[in-house]
Design a protein around this ligand. Structure first.
Ligand code: ZN
Ligand code: ZN
Ligand code: ZN
Length: 776
């Protein structure tokens, strides 16, 4: 018998080679095995392919030269949806295989293989659904290896039908034949289904009573009648109504208690999107990508009701990403409101009964189905800035795809708990960070349960149990308290803005030292104050705070966050003193009855923590200009203020004066000059513009000084305020003109959705610096 690996002495034909090839990454549920099968058969190679917990394993045998071709093709042209991380090859003794086969999955304990994200309806399935002669005609759950549900239906690995919520739907003969035919597009597509064997939809009233007749005809009629529906989709429920019907939109806002937060819409097709919004090439690419996120677009003036996005020139738009969505449109209704199906800030409803209970008071009817949603997953949100997509919410379509991070390969598994708003968690494993789907606000028992349930399933899917838990420095965040209950060897508290800073460095694969300009609403500071306009210098394990916005009392704490007018009063109280009182009465007459209280609180310093928050400065200016006195959603005052700005950056705008003394950036002169302008001739647009240029100038001057002090020329921009497109572009431009290199977020949100990534990477580097000792 021949020696292993020596092909000349095998006794088989000279030139015959056999390899075991292991492909890791996102390679399951993306048509990888059919791809390998078809390739091997086309090249006349023999052997087998199987999914295992470690990835796709190929046992391939044949002519040495042909195997080279096979490997080349495997590397160069893997299936569209695959993300190959590594290909390992091991030479084995040839066996003389006669066929090439797909073998059944092997469950083993090493589960490095990853579940792919959900994939939007592909072009071919789209055609099948609309083709009267196809057996998938009008079937809402049509899919193939190139599209369909993935993460949202998976319970466990390896990714096979029985490990998904399709497990309870045995395939019919036709589906099985396609599933088994290596030449078919549905070959080994796990969620494959048709009207005969797959899930079904039902239309019911808000009490759960069936609505008789053809569900689709009845659905369209209800929408045309101005009714509000709740639809069970891929990762949760949507609340839906005709987006061209002002009354329906108004009713939805009332019932959902959501007075102003913009509603996302879904358009019938790309042509319809262009009818309502401006779409450039990059935006079109993101809209039609397999991830199918909501894309923030500029509206064409006054075609759709203003109530969709009050006070805003933009609209969040997506295209139908499941066959169910595609079927809902016709010539009369080509745009639907498609907003998260939750009550106020509660998590997205997921189960039929839960939805009826939670949304029964909002929706007039429900479009349900009997395929379970295993992993709740909100729509992702993207804004294209200067041809680059920036993810503002990274969820459906992207999760659970890993992000490569510059950390030591064999470090401990680390869990980052995130913050409190727009929350995600993150599991750091090997050189990859797995950011969770959007969990949202952590301020209810429901969201806490959602966090823990999601964490439980997520850790199973990527087989990662943390040994270190990183959390925010804030002692009262729910995520900080929950961190204490998760079994782990160590816990690590990370300051909020350090986490933002490291999140940005990580995404850009830079380890520092660098400078960070972190501007947001609220972050618990190392000195116990509320930080939010910070110039940091540091790296992954530590930071120094070099400059910050001058402290100011936050009157009545949280109340001031919800009420920008209270911040306006705080600024006037602080910088104008008693004379400010008359100004307030003039500028905010409607707040007169609450003014005494606010003024007293500020005078006594009672329950008024000090803050350097940038978000609150923007709030104050927005209120002073009479734009927004109350935030009904996070960032509303600042968002509406920025709506007064031109779309392109204006050069030569003279900023208001301000001073930098010691570590403090003092906006006192800015506020006084804004008041002068307000009481004088200047328009609100001019003031808003000058104010943005002032904020950018403050940053640039502080960064210049910090760069001189530290000799560092790299600047990372992070924090929710950077969602302000004008401020971002202007500051980036000014910093680059000063010869600085600017790092910013694209695939990870700059808002608190990216905190968990920063936390886990900080914990990793602290562990690395002090492996044996107490790391944090
Ligand atoms: Zn398809
Ligand atoms: Zn079938
Ligand atoms: Zn933040």
């Amino acid at each position: 018998m021949a020696e292993t690996g020596s092909k000349q002495q095998t006794g088989f034909t000279a030139g015959l080679t056999r390899y075991r090839v292991t492909v890791k990454g996102i390679v399951q549920g993306v048509g990888f095995r059919p791809f390998i099968y078809n390739l091997a058969v086309a090249l006349g190679l023999k052997g087998s392919v199987l999914n295992s917990g470690r990835g796709v394993i190929i046992d391939v045998e044949g002519d040495t030269g042909i195997i080279k071709l096979f490997m080349k093709e495997l590397e160069a042209n893997p299936p569209r949806l695959a993300r190959v991380i590594s290909i390992e090859r091991e030479e084995l003794e040839p066996r003389g295989y006669r066929t090439f086969e797909i073998l059944f999955s092997r469950s083993d304990n090493q589960r490095e293989a990853l579940v792919p994200p959900d994939v939007a309806l592909c072009g071919q399935c789209h055609q099948d659904v609309l083709n009267r002669r196809d057996r998938h005609y009008r079937y809402p759950f049509t899919n193939c290896t190139n599209c369909g549900p993935r993460f949202t239906i998976v319970r466990d690995l390896p990714y096979d039908r029985k490990a998904t919520s399709m497990g309870g739907f045995p395939m019919c003969q036709n589906c099985r034949a396609e599933y088994k035919n290596p030449g078919d597009r549905r070959f080994h597509a796990q969620p494959v289904a048709c009207p005969r064997c797959g899930p079904q939809v039902t239309l019911v009233t808000s009490q759960g009573a069936p609505i008789k007749g053809d569900w689709l005809i009845r659905f369209k009629q209800l929408i045309k009648d101005g009714k509000i529906g709740a639809i069970k989709g891929l990762g949760g429920f949507h609340l839906v109504c005709d987006a061209a019907n002002s009354d329906a939109i108004h009713a939805l806002r009332e019932r959902k208690r959501r007075p102003a937060k913009p509603f996302a819409v879904m358009c019938r097709d790309l042509e319809t999107v262009k009818k309502y919004c401006f779409v450039d090439e990059e935006e079109e690419e993101v809209l039609t990508a397999p991830e199918a996120p909501i894309v923030i677009l500029h509206k064409r003036v006054d075609i759709l009701p203003r109530g969709l996005a009050p006070g805003l020139a933009t609209l969040g738009v997506m295209l139908p990403y499941t066959p169910l969505h595609l079927l809902l449109f016709d010539d009369q209704v080509d745009v639907l409101v498609m907003t998260s199906g939750n009550y106020s800030d509660l998590p997205l409803a997921k189960d039929n009964e839960e939805a009826l209970e939670q949304l029964g008071s909002i929706a007039d009817f429900f479009l349900l189905h009997n395929r379970d949603i295993i992993n709740r997953c909100d729509d992702s949100l993207v804004r294209v800035i200067e041809k680059e997509p920036h993810l503002l919410r990274r969820s459906r379509g992207y999760v659970p795809r890993g992000i490569r991070v510059p950390v030591q390969k064999n470090g401990p598994v680390i869990l980052g708990m995130g913050g409190e708003m727009k929350n995600t968690f993150c599991l750091l494993k090997g050189k990859q960070a797995f950011l969770s789907q959007y969990i949202g606000e952590m301020d209810s028992l429901e969201s806490e349960k959602n966090f823990l349930d999601s964490l439980d399933r997520f850790s199973k899917l990527i087989k990662a149990q943390p040994t270190i838990v990183a959390h925010d420095l804030h002692p009262n965040y729910r995520t900080t308290e929950l961190a204490q209950t998760i079994p782990a060897e160590q816990r690590c508290a990370v300051q909020h803005h350090h986490a933002h800073f490291v999140s940005c460095l990580t995404e850009n694969e830079k380890t520092g030292p660098a400078l960070g300009v972190i501007i947001d609403g609220t972050g618990y500071g190392a000195d116990g104050c509320v930080w939010g306009f910070e110039i940091l210098s540091g790296d992954y394990s530590s930071y120094e705070r070099l400059y910050h916005l001058k402290y100011l009392p936050l009157p009545a704490g949280e109340a001031a966050v919800k009420n920008p007018w209270m911040m306006a009063v705080a600024y006037l109280h602080n910088y104008i003193g008693d004379a400010g009182r008359q100004v307030v009465e003039k500028l905010l007459p409607e707040k007169e009855n609450k003014l005494d209280f606010c003024w007293q609180v500020l005078g006594s310093n009672f329950n008024s923590p000090l803050t350097s928050s940038g978000g609150r400065l923007f709030d104050a200016v927005s209120s002073l200009l009479g734009i927004c006195h109350q935030n009904s959603y996070e960032g509303q005052a600042a968002v509406e203020l920025s709506e007064l700005l031109p779309r392109t950056i204006q050069h030569g705008v003279k900023p208001y004066p301000f001073t930098i003394r010691g570590q403090e950036i003092d906006p006192g002169e800015t506020i006084k000059n804004i008041l002068d302008d307000l009481l004088g001739e200047a328009s609100r647009e001019q003031i808003a513009l000058k104010f943005h240029h002032t904020a950018a100038r403050m940053i640039v001057e502080a960064v210049q000084a910090a760069a001189e002090q530290t000799g560092t020329a790299e600047v990372a921009l992070s924090g929710g305020v950077w969602q302000n497109r004008y401020l971002f572009l202007l500051t980036k431009d000014l910093l680059e003109k000063e010869g600085l290199s600017v790092l910013y977020h694209r695939q990870v949100p700059c808002n608190d959705g990216g905190i968990s990534l920063g936390q886990s990477v900080v914990a990793h580097w602290r562990w690395r610096k002090n492996v044996s000792g107490n790391t944090c």
